[in-house]
Design a protein around this ligand. Structure first.
Ligand code: PLP
Length: 414
């Protein structure tokens, strides 16, 4: 028998190879805040005396009782295994209890999904609420991640700008002008990153009523809930507007309250169907959050609020210093923020001018100029949907803060 060569398989129809990343992912912008922070850290590592106002994280260590709980958790073999995708049952219950204690909002443990930080909570919440083309109203200046998370979920961010003349807070009239028949969600963040604005209880009630009248979802990001100064009267949206409970998704986490940014624990609270869908999504994306981090978060949310109260005293002191020092600079106007740990000055008066022989037109150029000339890292307003501003985090030591803003005063005259 003569051997015959095996016939070769039919060749696939030829089409041009396309090895580019997808348009959807390729169009995501790098996080501008992380970029500034990384640049400042790299310059510091080279030995340059850079002062960084870019970071969105407390400059305090995680409380010792939280770290101790994590160390113990590491030694327990049961924490070397997967947990249910939506989180440890004890942590979900503790989050429900903490929510009642801190904001007065009563929820069941079954309404909680434990996520890898507030960021994953935001991504999953939008992915779960939106169909392609659905619009989300995003008050600007906004935290840089929101529009990217909305677009990734197929949604369309619709920005509504509130400037410093309105304390960076949108009005119901502005929201109504932005509403279309595709509007599905209002994004709400108070206290706000990047502006530090806090909505009053009355302002929240008015916005909640508008959400209810229009049958929308509201996603409220409460990650800075404990950083409110001057006894300013505010509250949690679903508590002030109880009729919205079934249409509200809360995003929160341990990062800012317990100085736990690196531990990566956040959560979603929402109605049962949304929570079930988000948990299913998470079960395929990341499974559970690290057990050790979940046990640490359990210790944090079950413990006292002493640590955040201590941080708040320091933040409040720095807030007053930074605002008054910034306002001494010609061309800078900084309203007093009522919450979080950010100052958000308008720098319109410094733009369209020569500085040291260089014409500077935008806040992005100004931030680069400041880094180069004063070795001070700040984030330009372009990152937050509002050119003409800078964001300065005051989560840094008092001496560095005074030295850094002092350098700006010297650079621009103050
Ligand atoms: N929401 C806001 C407004 C934030 O500023 C941040 C972090 O900077 C987050 C959510 C997410 O926090 P994390 O993912 O660190 O828990």
């Amino acid at each position: 028998m003569s051997a015959t060569a095996p016939s070769s398989p039919p060749s696939p129809p030829s089409r041009p190879r396309d090895r580019r990343v997808s348009q959807r992912i390729g169009s995501i912008a790098e996080s501008a805040t992380l970029k500034v922070d990384a640049k400042a850290k790299a310059l510091k590592a080279e030995g340059r005396p850079v002062i960084g106002f870019g970071a969105g994280e407390p400059d305090f260590p995680t409380p010792a009782y939280v770290v101790d709980a994590a160390v113990e958790a590491c030694r327990d073999p049961k924490n070397h295994r997967y947990t249910p995708a939506g989180g440890l049952p004890a942590l979900k219950q503790a989050i429900a209890d903490k929510t009642l204690r801190d904001s007065g909002y009563r929820v069941e443990a079954s309404q909680v999904v434990v996520t890898d930080g507030g960021k994953q909570a935001i991504y999953e919440a939008f992915a779960t609420m939106l169909d392609p083309g659905d619009e989300v109203i995003v008050p600007a200046p906004y935290w840089t991640t929101y529009p990217e998370a909305i677009k990734l979920a197929g949604g369309v961010p619709v920005e509504v700008l509130a400037d410093e003349t309105q304390d960076y807070k949108v009005t119901v009239d502005q929201l109504e002008s932005a509403r279309t028949d595709r509007t599905k969600v209002l994004l709400f963040n108070s206290p706000s990153n990047p502006t530090g604005a806090v909505y009053s209880a009355d302002e929240i009630r008015a916005i909640g009523q508008w959400v209810e009248e229009n049958g929308l979802w509201v996603m409220t990001d409460e990650i800075y809930e404990h950083l409110v100064y001057d006894d300013f009267e505010t509250g949690s949206l679903p508590v002030l507007c109880p009729a919205l409970a079934d249409h509200t998704v809360i995003v929160n986490g341990v990062a800012k309250t317990y100085a736990m940014t690196g531990w990566r624990v956040g959560w979603i609270i929402g109605p049962a169907d949304l929570v079930k869908a988000a948990t299913n999504l998470q079960s395929h994306a990341t499974s559970n959050v690290s057990n050790v981090a979940q046990v640490a978060a359990l210790a944090a949310v079950s413990g006292s609020l002493e640590a955040v109260e201590e941080m708040k005293v320091a933040f409040d002191r720095r807030r007053r210093t930074i605002v008054s020092m910034l306002n001494e600079i010609d061309g800078v106007t900084c309203p007093e923020p009522k919450g979080a740990f950010y100052a958000y000055p308008s720098v319109a008066g410094l733009l369209g001018k020569e500085h040291d022989g260089r014409h500077i037109d935008s806040s992005a150029d100004l931030a680069e100029y400041i880094l180069e000339k004063a070795e001070v890292a700040v984030v330009p307003g372009e990152a937050f949907g509002s050119p003409g501003y800078l964001r300065l985090s005051y989560a840094l030591g008092d001496d560095d803060l005074a030295e850094g803003v002092g350098r700006l005063q010297k650079l621009f005259g103050g």
